[in-house]
Write a protein that binds this ligand. Structure first.
Ligand SMILES: [Zn+2]
Length: 262
């Protein structure tokens, strides 16, 4: 039986009706988490017999990203789509045709198998994300999409110099403004926190957000990939909980800044 790997939770209450008219409409918020887990569905487990250790690493998933996404979805009563299937089966944050979409274990299998994986695990995720984003645009006129990720503290010997990264497209003014505000709000509450923009990756690179940007205009779509240093996830405990709360509160501040977002 086909298992539903992609879960959505919550339904954004339509608080645009019956409330006092604001000077400008609230954007709808959609939360996604492409790298939420490291599960391999049973029918594909044979491909990963010799990659069990890798599945446990940052190559297999983004530790902490799902919990962060759930906190954001709950706090903003926002719809969410997430996956707990490992990115090593298929990377939901890469476009079809990108060589990085498939790990070597699946890349060397017959094309029909990759097609099957795309149909069962990739297309439904993208369709759900697109549905939620378009629904938010229809209801609110625009959508703020937060894609929750985390990054390894050290990659190929390089120690990453940030606690939080905010990735966006610098040519989209709404994204520039929201991330500037979000960073300022984070720093206002925790001045020691190192928050960097478009680090450790470029926001305009291939991914779910850049896919949305090709479909939705800058007036309708603001996409931000939130990247958290996994050292905070692994340290755990109250500081990790406090960091997630800070991220939620600072995003709320950034969104509520009454100067125009666009
Ligand atoms: Zn990720």
């Amino acid at each position: 039986m086909k298992k539903n790997d992609n879960k959505s939770m919550g339904k954004r209450p339509d608080n645009s009706r019956g409330t006092a008219a604001a000077s400008e409409p609230e954007p709808g918020i959609v939360i996604t988490c492409e790298h939420g887990g490291n599960r391999i569905p049973s029918r594909y487990r044979g491909l990963f017999t010799f990659h069990q250790a890798l599945l446990q690493t940052h190559r297999g998933y983004d530790p902490g990203a799902l919990l962060m996404a759930q906190d954001l979805a709950k706090a903003f009563a926002a719809p969410m789509v997430s996956s707990t299937v490992s990115r090593l089966l298929v990377d939901l944050n890469r476009s079809v045709g990108n060589p990085a979409q498939f790990f070597e274990a699946t890349a060397r299998e017959p094309a029909a198998l990759r097609q099957q994986i795309l149909q069962m695990h990739y297309a439904p995720y993208r369709a759900k994300a697109e549905h939620l984003a378009r629904q938010a645009v229809a209801r609110h006129g625009r959508v703020v999409h937060i894609s929750s990720h985390s990054f390894t503290p050290e990659l190929d010997g390089e120690v990453r110099q940030a606690d939080i990264g905010l990735l966006y497209d610098p040519t989209r003014p709404g994204e520039v403004e929201l991330c500037a505000r979000w960073k300022a709000a984070l720093k206002a509450h925790a001045c020691d926190l190192v928050v960097r923009r478009n680090y450790p990756y470029q926001g305009k690179g291939d991914g779910l957000a850049s896919w949305f940007r090709r479909q939705l205009t800058p007036d309708a779509y603001i996409g931000v990939e939130l990247e958290i240093n996994q050292k905070h996830v692994f340290a755990g405990g109250p500081p990790w909980t406090a960091l997630r709360k800070l991220i939620v509160a600072s995003l709320r501040n950034a969104l509520q800044g009454r100067t125009r977002l666009f």
